[in-house]
Ligand binder design. Structure first.
Ligand code: C2E
Ligand code: CA
Ligand code: CA
Length: 297
């Protein structure tokens, strides 16, 4: 059952002693390898630009973790985060990503490219353990001003313990970091959260953006989220923008902060460095093309 669930669920398999033993052995091996990778700094962090289409600029970047596995190839978070979670490694993993991402953002500030960095925070990391002292320590060690950091949380992280989440988010807010509600629209979409918690940014989930130009319901929901966010004084980011049509529709609806393969895939720090350098911004031909289309500049 656990094997089928881990492979995505909605399927079935037959139990046999041999396959069960093999699966358990395989999983134990992967657990051990993940511990080693984490302790020896082998996890990688990629960065995906978040573009302000009005400014024709990269204004933020989202840190996304990867595990270059020696035999299984480049593993994406969905392939190892559930494992890290189940063996209690999420806090350590989260801290590691936070530190690498803050260092990267600080280096960009030092070369005069102040780009905010957005880091995903796992519910476990936020609610259990000592998130705030760990965060303060990372900021001190890396030298990154809190105001250059955005923490992306999901609704599931907060609804499980609203009272505790509220206290922690207020403290983060006092430090000066911004808080983004990720995957907005897919979970509880509770308006109470928006009323009670110090949320600064709504990220419209990519599932609404995917068929924005084909499905009137997706468009209506996206417009409603933008309207809600704007009226509450929040910033809105659309993720999963893959085409100029989607980007244009979002822009027509006053959503100018956009992220997705249309602009850039998640890339290593060196490539972000190239992208943010003015001379190389023409690499992001999609921005120029888009702005030309909408006659912005
Ligand atoms: P997310 O936070 O919603 O991140 C966005 C995901 O969408 C990323 O997948 C990104 O590569 C992908 N994406 C970006 N643009 C497009 C696009 O135009 N089209 C499509 N189809 N996808 C796009 P990734 O990197 O595989 O990450 C998956 C999830 O894993 C993330 O979803 C986030 O929830 C989690 N994750 C990633 N890194 C971390 C981390 O360091 N810590 C924690 N706690 N979670 C992480
Ligand atoms: Ca995210
Ligand atoms: Ca998301």
């Amino acid at each position: 059952m656990h094997r089928i669930k881990n492979e995505g669920g909605n399927s079935f398999g037959f139990y046999s002693m041999e396959s069960s033993v093999a699966w358990t052995r395989d999983r134990l091996k992967l657990e051990k390898e993940l511990r080693i990778a984490l302790n020896s700094g082998h996890l990688q962090v990629l960065y995906q630009p978040i573009v302000d289409v009005y400014q024709q600029n990269i204004v933020r970047m989202e840190a996304l973790v990867r595990w270059p596995h020696p035999t299984r190839g480049y593993l994406s978070p969905s392939e190892f985060i559930p494992l890290a979670e189940s063996i209690g490694l999420m806090e350590q993993l989260g801290k590691e990503v936070l530190k690498i991402a803050c260092l990267a953002a600080h280096k960009l500030i030092q070369i005069g490219k102040p780009i905010h960095v957005s880091v995903n925070v796992h519910p476990h990391q936020l609610l259990h353990g000592n998130f705030l002292p760990a965060l303060s320590r990372v900021l001190t060690e890396t030298g990154l001003p809190a105001t250059s950091l955005i923490l992306e949380i999901t609704e599931s992280a907060v609804v499980s313990d609203m009272a505790r989440a509220s206290v922690i988010l207020q403290q983060i807010n006092t430090l000066g970091a911004l808080i983004a509600l990720d995957d907005f629209g897919t979970g509880y979409s509770s308006l109470t959260l928006l009323r009670e918690l110090p949320i600064d940014i709504l990220k419209i989930d990519k599932s609404f953006i995917r068929a924005l130009d084909q499905n009137i319901n997706d468009l209506t929901i996206t417009q409603a989220i933008i309207g809600l966010g704007v009226n509450l004084g929040l910033m809105i980011v659309a993720e999963g923008v893959e085409s100029d049509r989607q980007a244009r529709i979002l822009l027509e609806n006053h959503c100018h902060l956009q992220q997705g393969y249309f602009f850039s895939r998640p890339v290593p720090y060196e490539s972000i460095l190239q992208l943010v350098n003015e001379a190389d911004l023409s690499n992001l031909a999609s921005i120029k093309q888009l702005c030309a289309i909408v006659n912005l500049k």
